[in-house]
Design a protein around this ligand. Structure first.
Ligand SMILES: [Zn+2]
Length: 282
């Protein structure tokens, strides 16, 4: 399923290294992950989320406030990947999580499918080395790679499912790597996502959200379903409030008085809202 990011030949695992027929080799780290990101694909020395952002997200997600998102995604994916009993017995689902971060959703998906007796081979890819190190330390049943969404180290027509949560989409690479009838699931933040937090941060709240089903870049896929998952959480720890803030893009663009207002809060009651779009390669 894996291919060399340089020459596109198959990558073979040989003890602690992945090698292709042209002897390009990629060491497997002591944590278990492999770096398949080529230096010419980096837009900075350390692309993607830094260690601080990764740790904030890990700590926040472990509190369970986003379990509702994870569970809804898992249940919806199971519905769309339904096979007959006989098919399941001979099948392992090949799944790729692009922009998997520190692997919280990826691991939940793996556990969910296992609980339903569905065998999966799951790969998580993220451009952030720190995120992948964190993922590979925590979750050993998934293969983790530092890699680029625009040059996936994945064989063509080999995947049953691509999951892309809050991450940049490269529709061409997604199309290339999915099998016919394979599914692409895109999870994006909804119109009211964290609206109460934004009202604390900004004088005037701008609503910005993305509708994958209207994205012309995805017109080569068949859009099957859109679903909104919306609920409210009461965040009770000051640390979780700051962790949440630090895992959002608002951390880059909030004036100081807004951050001060947020950090004085003892609790934060806010809406969690995401949309899940399922596409099919036909
Ligand atoms: Zn190669």
């Amino acid at each position: 399923m894996l291919i060399c990011p340089i020459c596109k030949n198959q990558l073979i695992k040989n003890e602690r290294v992945y090698v292709c027929a042209n002897t390009h080799s990629f060491d497997i780290s002591k944590y278990g992950h492999t770096n398949l990101l080529l230096s010419n694909q980096k837009n900075s020395k350390f692309p993607g989320d830094n260690k601080e952002m990764v740790m904030s997200r890990k700590k926040f997600l472990e509190k369970g406030y986003y379990n509702g998102i994870s569970n809804t995604v898992n249940e919806l994916l199971e519905e769309h990947l339904k096979f007959s009993e006989k098919e399941i017995q001979k099948k392992r689902l090949n799944i790729l999580d692009i922009g998997c971060g520190e692997g919280y959703y990826t691991n939940n998906l793996k556990k969910y499918f296992s609980s339903k007796n569905i065998e999966t081979d799951i790969i998580g890819i993220d451009i952030s080395k720190e995120a992948i190190i964190s993922a590979s330390k925590s979750y050993k049943e998934i293969e983790w790679f530092v890699g680029s969404a625009t040059n996936l180290p994945i064989e063509s027509s080999s995947l049953n499912l691509i999951l892309c949560m809050f991450s940049k989409i490269d529709s061409k690479e997604n199309f290339r790597t999915l099998k016919t009838n394979g599914k692409l699931a895109i999870v994006s933040t909804g119109e009211n996502h964290l609206v109460e937090m934004k009202e604390t941060l900004y004088e005037k709240v701008k609503k910005d959200f993305y509708l994958p089903k209207d994205d012309p870049a995805l017109s080569n896929f068949k859009h099957i379903q859109s679903m909104t998952c919306s609920y409210q959480v009461d965040i009770k720890e000051k640390e979780s409030i700051s962790n949440l803030f630090n895992m959002t893009p608002y951390r880059w663009r909030t004036p100081e008085d807004g951050i001060k207002r947020l950090y004085t809060l003892e609790t934060l009651f806010t809406t969690v809202e995401v949309t899940i779009d399922i596409f099919e390669k036909i």
